[in-house]
Ligand binder design. Structure first.
Ligand SMILES: C[S@@+](CC[C@H](N)C(=O)[O-])C[C@H]1O[C@@H](n2cnc3c(N)ncnc32)[C@H](O)[C@@H]1O
Length: 417
């Protein structure tokens, strides 16, 4: 089924949410071309009137990565406003939504803004750490104290002169970790390891681990234009196509620790003003077998076949924090490719996840899946799971930067148990 193109009943989306610029509303209001404003969606909204083809001008990056959504880069995230549309349409405050592929926690964070309880599950320990860090309720004074104290201590003991005089506390000397030794300049690694070793002394350890990971991502010996999946360490100056000049690989990490400390505090504070008091849980596990408890429906974006290695994209965090690697349980990783056999296995495993999720939801409850289904695998998956199709919306995705540039379509499958 394809969406009908009947007239749009809600005001258009503004660049800033919430926003009252009437001129902008008028400019964007153009019949069916008006992108949906999530704030005006409710249970009575006709699915056929939804226009999810937001462009940068409709939904700027600042809004897509608002508050804790921008706590750490994550390739493969769906945009919070799209989740919001379906939460408003299908869920009520006090109900529980499940995301079996929780990733960076977008569904869970958006749900909490609307007073909806949520449970997430993910196979990647780093993603669970990230989602949990976003989800926690913090005592802000404590967080600020921890964040600035560890920063000050790291600065005090990471001065190169200390190590030149033969200090025994230099952690950069004996990591024994080939990945860390090859991807960081000596001073950057020293600073990261000092910070990491201090973390156990603090209460808000998860948030410190996220600041450390984000800094470690930026401090790698890599080019500015290939931060997602750099192939080999960049140790010499290089021509940077992002900045149009010769750039030099970074040698220290402290400036990132400093920058992301401030940014993290700002984002947590922003989120604390719009979250409701809800139950929010992230489980580290394989969604084929997890028990999320009683749920009222699912909203999720599964990994797609042969597209992304979800553990690998945060490899620096696994190496630094010693996180458990469960990449062999990842569904559809890039390293397995998209051969016929890979697609067959993918269909089977995704079906197992949905069949497991369906056990915990009432008959008639929604299962909403957002996927760039270029191999048309999802209609078969729906059949295997005995799901009733309610609607399918095609969405035009307009990407902007780096290796993520290029346009494509993704589908929103709305099914019912
Ligand atoms: C497309 S991403 C989800 C992104 C998420 N919607 C967000 O906005 O951050 C898919 C996620 O599925 C996870 N995943 C892959 N196989 C899994 C499995 N067997 N069980 C649970 N999660 C799995 C990956 O680790 C990845 O985080």
């Amino acid at each position: 089924m394809t969406p009908a193109t009947s007239s749009v009943s809600q005001p258009p989306l503004n660049t800033e949410l919430p926003c009252t610029k009437e001129e902008r509303r008028v400019e964007l209001y153009n019949g069916n071309d008006v992108p949906t404003d999530p704030r005006f969606v409710n249970e009575n909204t006709d699915l056929g009137t939804l226009n999810l083809n937001w462009r940068e001008v409709d939904l700027p990056q600042k809004e897509r990565t608002k508050h804790v959504h921008g706590l750490h880069p994550y390739l493969g995230k769906f945009i919070p406003q799209m989740v919001e549309v379906f939460l408003r349409k299908y869920f009520r405050a006090g109900q529980t939504v499940f995301d079996p592929f929780a990733g960076s926690g977008t569904t869970l964070i958006q749900s909490s803004e609307l007073g909806i309880h949520s449970v997430g599950c993910d196979i990647s320990a780093f993603n669970v750490l990230l989602a949990n860090s976003k989800a926690k309720t913090y005592v802000m004074e404590e967080v600020e104290k921890d964040v600035y104290d560890i920063l000050a201590k790291t600065r005090a003991i990471s001065e190169p002169s200390l190590f030149e005089s033969g200090s025994k506390t230099d952690p950069g000397e004996d990591t024994g970790n080939a990945y860390l030794q090859s991807w960081y300049a000596p001073q950057a690694l020293r600073e990261l390891l000092l910070y990491r070793n201090l973390i156990p002394n603090y209460r808000n350890q998860d948030i410190l681990k996220i600041i450390l990971s984000r800094s470690a991502r930026s401090a790698r010996l890599t080019t500015h234009f290939d931060l997602d999946f750099p192939k080999k360490p960049q140790t010499e100056p290089y021509y940077c196509c992002k900045h149009g000049r010769i750039c030099t690989p970074v040698t220290t990490a402290f400036k990132f620790l400093q920058r992301y400390s401030r940014d993290t505090i700002k984002r947590i504070k922003q989120f604390s003003h719009c979250r409701e008091d809800v139950d929010l849980r992230v489980i580290h596990g394989d969604s084929r077998f997890v028990n999320p408890g009683k749920i009222d429906g699912v909203i999720t974006s599964p990994p797609y076949v042969g597209l992304i290695d979800y553990h690998e994209q945060h490899r620096y965090a696994y190496e630094l924090l010693g996180l458990k690697d469960r990449s062999s349980d990842e569904i559809g990783p890039a390293f397995k490719g998209s051969s016929k056999a890979a697609k067959r296995e993918y269909r089977q495993l995704i079906s197992e996840v949905f069949i497991n999720s369906l056990k915990y939801m009432p008959s008639g409850a929604p299962l909403i899946v957002i996927a760039g289904d270029r191999h048309s695998l999802y209609p078969t998956i729906a059949k295997t799971c005995n799901l009733e199709e309610v609607f399918v919306i095609k969405r035009h995705v307009n990407r902007r930067t780096g290796r993520r540039s290029g346009e494509f379509f993704e589908s929103v499958f709305i099914w019912r148990k």
